[in-house]
Design a protein around this ligand. Structure first.
Ligand SMILES: [Zn+2]
Length: 575
């Protein structure tokens, strides 16, 4: 079995969709609020029988592949990997038609990992010393593939060239910098730095983060691979590939600010740790983590910058419907998780276990600056916290936040609700990306859908549909084929999707109909289609008549035809 067929057989569309939205059983199918557009009544229908999900509001959805491509915004090959991962299917046997750009970049990166690693052993004295001072074990350095980028403008580049990669590939991977497109002058991006590979969810190296070793140099402390076809900063989470199983097992993820904090935590046996790499999580990253758990624990530096960074991250979580907790590092145990772990790992682990609810974090932090019991502070605190709590997308959570805030300030809850409503929602909520496009199905679509869904109906109505001609070529072909063979054959994949989606709509609309009611419905549809066809014919005859005003013989023929149509039209209406 090829991997695509195997994935289709092993990954259930309903299970898959359930990971993103809440579903409700309705008849043979399930309904959910569409994950692709904002709506109040569910128009997203999932059919386990047909193995498709489709939104009748915005038209998005499809089979498991299409769904993942749209919901995760990835291309087919990425979706294939995500689904293979889920189904525990190895993709090794797949031979890609051609080594594309991305594959080449993976290869360059992998070669660079090896090169940097050897450089660390052979020439990286300064880097080695730094790592020793930090106290990392040899196993940790090997596990994370720590390396050293030599103090040179072209050693890395020349090495990669000698291994058969070309200039374009090396520049595209972000390992070397070209001054401009045509420039012959090329230099290594990472020079005299400690380098740490950054891997994607599948454990493939997609880029690097590099730390300054020369404390005197006036350069950025960390530099990263720029955006490349593989390295999308907003979608990557450091160490998630190693930590994902443990995150699932513990149903919690610990998020640090610095990559090395995460490495240290890992060294101390904390397996469910990842890192934001110094910036706030983006919505895509929140979504990615939510695939594994909804319990986020932020464990940032104990200084003012760490507190501000924590706040930024919490707000991203609110929008992503996650209620995070905050780890408060024990006092006098160091400025960051790394220091704290090395000083006293037991009390660090205690702090993890005692992570506080985000509301308690906000209240404790503000209490250090403003006494909530002083009258003049109550308003200040409200002004600071309400805009933050307004971002909580879950209404129940938001309500809880107001209740706790009222308690904290020792005031009633009602005025807080009034103030909250004053904060304009429009500024906070992301714009809808898709314009809902509710489309009514034509009679012809419904008719074909009914006949496919209920083959019994076909026998009962065979005579009535024998003369019927549908204006849509595809639907007409379907109708004729159903008449002749009782089923549809030789559909293209796209056509098959169309039919499945029609089937979903039929289930939704006619699922509760008995056979008599269905036959009546088919009659009604056929009548409607015939009338439509007649009207169209009449319309075109009138047009023709206008064009042959001079030709009396032709006019006479057209008029005759027209009155014949009127007569048969009456017959249609009668039936
Ligand atoms: Zn939709």
């Amino acid at each position: 079995m090829d991997p695509i067929t195997e994935i289709r057989a092993r990954v259930d569309i309903l299970d898959l969709v359930r990971g993103y939205v809440e579903v409700k059983k309705v008849g043979r199918s399930y309904k959910a609020l569409c994950p692709f557009h904002r709506e109040k009544t569910p128009s997203f229908i999932i059919s386990p029988e047909k193995q498709i999900a489709h939104c009748f509001g915005c038209g998005k959805g499809g089979d498991v592949f299409k769904f993942i491509m749209e919901v995760e915004r990835v291309d087919f090959s990425e979706a294939l990997h995500i689904l293979a991962d889920r189904a525990h299917i190895e993709l090794k046997g797949m031979s890609p038609e051609k080594k594309d750009e991305k594959d080449k970049i993976y290869e360059v990166n992998q070669m660079a990992v090896e090169f940097f690693r050897r450089q660390l052993q052979e020439k990286g004295e300064v880097a080695q010393k730094y790592l020793e001072q930090r106290g990392f074990k040899a196993e940790t350095l090997a596990e994370f593939n720590f390396g050293y980028a030599p103090d040179s403008f072209e050693t890395t580049y020349q090495y990669l060239i000698s291994k058969g990669f070309n200039k374009q590939e090396i520049v595209q991977a972000g390992l070397a910098v070209a001054k401009d497109v045509k420039a012959t002058e090329i230099y290594d991006r990472f020079r005299h730095r400690l380098v740490l590979p950054i891997r994607n969810l599948r454990g493939e190296t997609v880029g690097f983060t590099a730390r300054l070793l020369d404390a005197q140099a006036k350069e950025a402390k960390y530099i990263n691979t720029p955006e490349t076809p593989l390295f999308h900063k907003g979608e990557l989470i450091f160490n998630l590939d190693r930590a994902k199983e443990e995150i699932k097992k513990q149903d919690a993820v610990i998020i640090t600010e610095g990559n090395l904090d995460a490495v240290t935590a890992w060294e101390f046996g904390i397996g469910n740790v990842v890192c934001t790499s110094g910036t706030a999580l983006g919505p895509m990253q929140v979504k990615l983590l939510k695939r594994f758990t909804e319990n986020f624990l932020f464990c940032f530096d104990a200084d003012e910058a760490g507190i501000q960074a924590t706040k930024r991250n919490l707000e991203v979580c609110f929008a992503g419907d996650v209620s995070p907790r905050v780890v408060v590092l024990p006092e006098k145990m160091g400025k960051d998780p790394d220091e704290c772990l090395r000083k006293d790992s037991a009390s660090f682990k205690q702090a993890l276990a005692g992570a506080v609810h985000y509301l308690d974090f906000y209240f404790a932090e503000i209490k250090g600056r403003l006494n909530p019991l002083f009258l003049e502070n109550k308003k200040k605190i409200t002004q600071e916290l309400l805009p933050v709590f307004r971002k909580i997308s879950n209404a129940v959570e938001r309500d809880l936040a107001l209740e706790k805030l009222a308690e904290f300030l020792q005031i009633r809850r009602e005025p807080l609700i009034v103030e909250l409503q004053k904060i304009k929602a429009e500024n906070l909520e992301p714009k809808t990306e898709t314009t809902p496009l509710v489309r009514n199905h034509s009679r012809a679509e419904i008719l074909v859908g009914l006949l496919v869904e209920y083959p019994d109906l076909l026998k009962l109505t065979l005579e009535k549909i024998s003369d019927l001609i549908l204006t849509d070529d595809f639907l007409n072909r379907c109708l004729k084929e159903l008449q002749a063979k009782n089923k549809l054959e030789d559909l293209t994949e796209e056509e098959e999707q169309k039919i499945k989606i029609l089937g979903l709509m039929i289930e939704d609309k006619y699922g509760k109909f008995g056979q008599d009611a269905l036959v009546q419905e088919v009659d009604r549809l056929i009548g409607g289609i015939q009338k439509e066809t007649l009207l169209q014919k009449r319309q075109s005859l009138i047009e023709e008549l206008k064009n042959c005003a001079e030709d009396t013989e032709k006019s006479r023929q057209i008029l005759e035809e027209y009155s014949r149509l009127i007569r048969s039209g009456d017959k249609v209406t009668e039936s």
